[in-house]
Structures are given as structure tokens and as C-alpha cells.
Design a binder for this molecule. Structure first.
Ligand SMILES: Nc1ncnc2c1ncn2[C@@H]1O[C@H](COP(=O)(O)OP(=O)(O)OP(=O)(O)O)[C@@H](O)[C@H]1O
Ligand SMILES: [Mg+2]
Length: 346
């Protein structure tokens, strides 16, 4: 359990301490002040952000460094510092210098719920892919490296495609990147398959929240690969479509292009669902995320909810809090909500 958080020169905090002595914590404050910033600080320790963070923006305006510290139960202390002048980040566990990977691996995982997540099914597929990837990053300590490596190889392959298109490189130069692409894409799928199978199997239990009004609920993963024969289908594509890829100067297939949808009795959620249904499903997907992380890491993640009132009615709020009852929960809100919790003000 996260029990305390110290923020020094972080965003608009100068030197503040938050005590989270309860399993349920409610941060209440008016809009446009500091609530999301607190949650962001917690997210830094658990590295749930798959986008690279620009630490420069995290340092309080006019200051040169930031220092944040989080205490877990009574004994473990995790800290991150960043010196803007030297452009240097440092990570500590119990005052001993450590690597970022070690810090993140030892800190509790987080599952976060914020207004943007509510729009996951309406906005770009990137959000849906990031949803799957962030679950895998929290669950498997190697996955962050796997997905970064894949993205690097993709960028390099695309560069060579462009160079061949512009007669700056020989066609044979692509072979090296083809092989690496096949290897790394196959590995991404190996991990992705784990979360896909889990969601496919467990999505149906959502029905109880839809008052059993829906008979069939399917999670559909949209991909061009044959999931039963990943490596071969990638190899075949690469073989067949090289000329097209050269003309387009891009790799037009795979992990970075896949998407998913949820079908309720033949109706696609992305295209037709009501706002109410979508909210219920997103809550259920977040619950599956939490369960999957618990199963793979052996620990229940901390549940972080930003701005609870802006998206959720009372019914959805109740469903959400009931599902995450066992997790340590940190919620921000502009006013008090009915929750038997530790209330945090500044
Ligand atoms: N590096 C920084 N230095 C100083 N202030 C910053 C820095 N980064 C962000 N801020 C300030 O933090 C404030 C926003 O904080 P935050 O997003 O946590 O607010 P909030 O309470 O969550 O608001 P809302 O309820 O509207 O979501 C803004 O006023 C912003 O200017
Ligand atoms: Mg906010």
C-alpha cells in the first residue's frame, strides 16, 4: 500500500506531503489546481505511461530540479530526482541509487481511469492499442523493451524503404531489416496474445452489468495476421508486399496497425453503442486489466481515478468502486462523494 507521497518542485508543488493512510483515498479540491499532478507523480513510479515523458515540463517553473518520494507500507522508500541543468535523472530505493527498471519493477503497479479512457472506443485506434500495451508493460517487466525495440526496427525499416524508393539504397539492404522486423513483430504478438485470450474469455461476464439485456458479447481483435501462425503470416506478407511497401515508403501491416472492437449481439461498440453501454464496458475492461495484472504479478494494482464526477453517473460510479473494492484506490474529485475514505485536502 502506498502510504505517503512527497513532492518537491514537481509541477506546481513546491514542497508538499500527502499521507494516504487508508485503502480508500479521496483527493477533493476545486478545478484547475493540482489534483491530476498528484496522480501523475504516482504514475511516474509505476511507469504506466507508454509515451516518453519530458521531465523538463515536470520541474516547477523557474526551478532547476525536482525530487519526488513515495513510501510503501512502513519500510520501502522510492525516489526520483531530475536535474534540469545537467539533464540527469536519478532513481533510488531506500536511499540507494538504482536503475529505472529496478525502481519500476519493485513499485506497485497502477491502473488508471481518467476522462480520456472513457473515449477510448470513439477516438483513434492508437488509444486502444496503448490500452493493451500498457497492461502488458505493467504485467511483464520485459515488455517495455520489446515494444520499444519493435518501434525502433519499424522506423529503421521504413527509412530503408524510403531510401530504396529514392534510389539511395540497394533493394537487398531491406533483408537485414525484414528479418529483424519478423523477429520483433512475432515477439510482440506472443505477448499480445496473452492479454487478448484473457479479455476474449472474460468479456462475457460483463453481461450482469447490462442487466442481461445482451445475449452475446464478443471481443474482436482486428488484425491481418493469422493468430495461429504468426511468424509465417508475417514472413509471407513481407515477401509478397515488398514492392508495395517500397512505393508507399511504409510498413503497412501489424502490431502498430491492429485494432479491436466489442460486439454486443451483432452491434459494434465503436459504431453504434450508447454512451451508457460504452461506460459499462470500459469499466469492465479496466477491471479485467486489474485482474490480469494481479494474476501475472501476484499483487493487486493501485487504482487511480482522475476527475470521477466529470464522466460517471452514480450507477457507474457504484459499479466501478464495487469492482475495485480490494484495491488501494486514489480518487480525485471536485467535491465530496459518498465513499468511506481518507479525505485529502492541501
Ligand atoms: N512545471 C510546472 N510548473 C508550474 N506549474 C505547472 C507546471 N506544470 C503544470 N503546472 C500547473 O498545474 C496546474 C494544473 O494542475 P492539474 O492538471 O493537476 O489541475 P487539476 O486540479 O487536475 O485541474 P482539473 O480539475 O481542471 O482537471 C495548471 O495551472 C498548470 O499551469
Ligand atoms: Mg485534472
Amino acid at each position: 500500500m502506498l502510504t505517503s507521497l512527497d513532492l518537491r518542485n514537481f509541477r506546481n508543488f513546491q514542497n508538499n506531503n500527502f499521507i494516504l493512510e487508508n485503502n480508500k483515498n479521496l483527493i477533493i479540491w476545486k478545478n484547475w489546481e493540482w489534483k491530476t499532478n498528484v496522480l501523475e507523480a504516482i504514475g511516474l513510479f509505476s511507469n504506466n505511461n507508454i509515451l516518453e515523458i519530458n521531465f523538463d515540463n515536470l520541474v516547477k517553473k523557474w526551478e532547476d530540479f525536482l525530487y519526488i518520494k513515495a513510501k510503501i507500507e512502513k519500510w520501502d522508500e522510492f525516489a526520483i530526482s531530475f536535474d534540469r541543468v545537467q539533464n540527469k535523472k536519478k532513481y533510488f530505493i531506500n536511499n540507494k541509487s538504482t536503475t529505472k527498471k529496478n525502481l519500476v519493477n519493485n513499485f506497485p503497479k497502477t491502473v488508471s481511469f481518467h476522462p480520456m479512457i472513457m473515449n477510448m472506443m470513439y477516438l483513434s485506434p492508437t488509444l486502444r492499442r496503448d490500452f493493451l500495451d500498457s497492461i502488458l508493460i505493467s504485467s511483464f517487466s520485459d515488455y517495455n523493451k520489446v515494444i520499444k525495440n519493435y518501434k525502433n526496427i519499424l522506423i529503421n525499416r521504413n527509412k530503408v524503404l524510403k531510401n530504396i524508393n529514392e534510389w539511395k539504397s540497394q533493394k537487398s539492404e531491406i533483408n537485414f531489416w525484414n528479418n529483424r522486423f519478423i523477429e520483433s513483430a512475432t515477439l510482440v504478438y506472443l505477448y499480445r496474445e496473452k492479454i487478448l485470450l484473457y479479455i476474449e474469455e472474460n468479456i462475457k461476464y460483463l453481461n450482469t452489468y447490462l442487466n442481461n439485456k445482451v445475449e452475446n458479447i464478443w471481443f474482436i481483435y482486428k488484425t491481418k495476421i493469422d493468430r495461429n501462425n504468426v511468424r509465417n503470416s508475417i514472413e509471407n506478407y513481407i515477401g509478397k508486399n515488398l514492392d508495395r511497401d517500397i512505393i508507399l515508403k511504409k510498413t503497412y501491416i501489424w502490431p502498430h496497425l491492429d485494432d479491436f472492437d466489442i460486439i454486443l449481439d451483432d452491434v459494434s461498440l465503436i459504431n453504434f453503442a450508447s454512451r451508457w453501454e460504452v461506460k459499462s464496458i470500459i469499466i469492465w475492461l479496466k477491471f479485467l486489466e486489474s485482474q490480469f495484472i494481479s494474476n501475472t504479478t501476484g499483487n493487486k494494482p493501485i487504482f487511480i481515478v482522475d476527475d470521477i464526477l466529470s464522466e460517471l453517473d452514480q450507477v457507474h460510479m457504484d459499479i466501478l468502486l464495487k469492482n475495485f473494492w480490494d484495491n488501494q484506490t486514489i480518487i480525485t474529485s471536485i467535491k465530496d462523494i459518498n465513499l468511506n475514505s481518507n479525505k485529502i485536502y492541501l
